[in-house]
Ligand binder design. Structure first.
Ligand code: SF4
Length: 457
């Protein structure tokens, strides 16, 4: 297996295969009930992030901004953040304001924790919302560092050693998955009769039903009370094979501070990683895996046997967020697909190892693993290898067009299809849907290219 970071001729990132750090943080804060994300920095950053997220989720996307101008860039943004917090409280009456920094405020070195303390000190008699800050300099990390940093900041700021109710509660940190994935994970927790502190939960806030009246803040999300209860949970589960090697996460903090046992798993994509999730939930709850999931797993195995002839040996290229790609690589290995290229714009030096761990050894010498790379580098690598189809997000569409290979859309962002929020990746049901989509695409390609036009395959 070859692994690489940047090309020898690398000059600067062109068409990045990652997004900016405050975007990941804003997504997390959108998954907290009655919460408003506030970007401390320039307006363009929040506009870009809003536009990007609207295009994927197709929902209203209020993200406040402290609106830096030229003077702020010189004298600092203390006054701006105070004004922003006053405005947000007056207009939204939130339970929580999640404050993420942009490159500009990080570059000038604004001391946001001090600004928050000064704001609290100036309003001693007010019932203030929870104020949670995460540093998100985009020149140091991707949207995934922003995402996981915001999750950690939420529990560090709010967790208490109290339990929310009688049922054993589990903290589930699912990583950056789709609203459909979050809904599915909540159902699984409920089927084990576990009270779940799911952080974040944007399954309703970013994929809600049609409204009959406008809501300034969409209903749904992880309640602040659930964030406080994370310190008293029976266990934490953190999903992500690359994240599993990160020393400072929400789960490790709760383990150190409140002795909450931590289970670190991959994203539950495919059979092996889903099995691990079900085993851990069974252990925490003291209950066997519910029959409906055993039956679903059995049906999935049957489908894999039926469709194996279509996928065995098909060469795929995977790209996108590091933990999603690692999860998909494991899934590919399970169903006979050869992941000849696994690429991510992030990775932090741990990606190759994570992929290596889940893909069967027999494929390793056919694989190329690239981290911290952009789309120019990925496309160049793909021109040199034989690949049948691409699996990744919409930013890979132009590449798939030039290479004339079909693109199966997964993850974020999905800008050029209507179902980004409804894509299911996790659990046996997610694996079934992925398998069906991939197998049908392979069959469709064969039909298109075949002169005879077979209707049976
Ligand atoms: S300047 Fe930094 S924070 Fe703002 S959009 Fe660009 S990368 Fe993101």
């Amino acid at each position: 297996m070859k692994s690489a970071r940047k090309t020898e001729t690398y000059t600067a990132t062109q068409n990045a295969c990652n997004l900016c750090a405050p975007l990941g943080a804003a997504l997390v804060f959108k998954g907290i009930a009655n919460s408003v994300p506030l970007l401390h920095g320039s307006q363009g950053c929040s506009t870009y992030i809003r536009r990007y997220m609207i295009s994927h989720f197709k929902e209203p996307m209020d993200i406040a901004c402290s609106n830096f101008g030229e003077k702020t860039a010189i004298f600092g943004g203390g006054a701006n953040i105070k004004l922003a917090l006053d405005n947000i409280r007056r207009q939204y009456h939130p339970d929580l304001v999640g404050i993420a920094t942009t490159c500009l405020s990080e570059t000038i070195g604004d001391d946001v924790p001090m600004f928050i303390k000064a704001y609290r000190d100036a309003n001693p008699d007010e019932d203030l919302p929870a104020l949670v800050h995460v540093a998100t300099p985009s020149y140091q990390g991707t949207h995934m560092q922003g995402f996981h940093g915001a999750v950690r900041a939420l529990v560090e700021t709010l967790a208490e050693a109290t339990s929310r109710n009688e049922r054993p509660a589990v903290n589930l940190f699912p990583g950056m998955v789709s609203p459909a994935d979050l809904r599915h994970l909540k159902t699984i927790l409920a089927d084990f009769d576990l009270a779940g502190n799911l952080v974040p939960d944007y399954s309703d806030t970013l994929n809600g039903p049609l409204w009959t009246e406008y809501h300034r803040i969409p209903p749904g999300g992880t309640p602040v009370a659930a964030l406080r209860a994370t310190g008293g949970a029976a266990a934490s589960i953190e999903c992500g094979l690359v994240l599993a090697d990160e020393p400072k996460t929400a789960g490790t903090w709760l383990q150190e501070r409140f002795d909450v046992p931590l289970h670190r798993l991959g994203l539950p994509i495919g059979i092996g990683q889903s099995d691990r999730l079900f085993q851990v939930l069974s252990k925490i709850s003291g209950k066997p895996v519910p029959e409906k999931y055993t039956a679903r797993r059995g049906r999935l195995l049957d489908a894999l046997v039926d469709g194996h002839k279509h996928l065995n040996g098909v060469k795929v290229a995977l790209f996108g967020e590091e933990d999603l790609v690692a999860g998909l690589a494991g899934f590919c290995g399970e169903v006979g697909l050869v992941p000849v290229l696994c690429a991510t714009g992030g990775g932090k030096g741990r990606f190759a190892q994570a992929v290596h761990k889940v893909v069967p050894e027999r494929y390793h010498d056919q694989m190329q693993v690239m981290e911290d790379v952009d789309f120019v580098t990925i496309e160049k690598a793909l021109e040199a290898i034989d690949v049948d189809l691409l699996i990744g997000h919409s930013k890979g569409f132009t590449m798939s067009r030039r290479l004339q290979r079909p693109l199966i859309r997964v993850g974020f962002p999905v800008h050029d299809r209507v179902d980004g929020s409804r894509l299911l990746h996790v659990g046996y049901r997610g694996a079934q849907q992925l398998f069906d989509r991939i197998a049908n695409t392979v069959i469709e390609e064969k039909q298109k290219k075949n002169a005879v036009g077979y209707t049976y395959y």
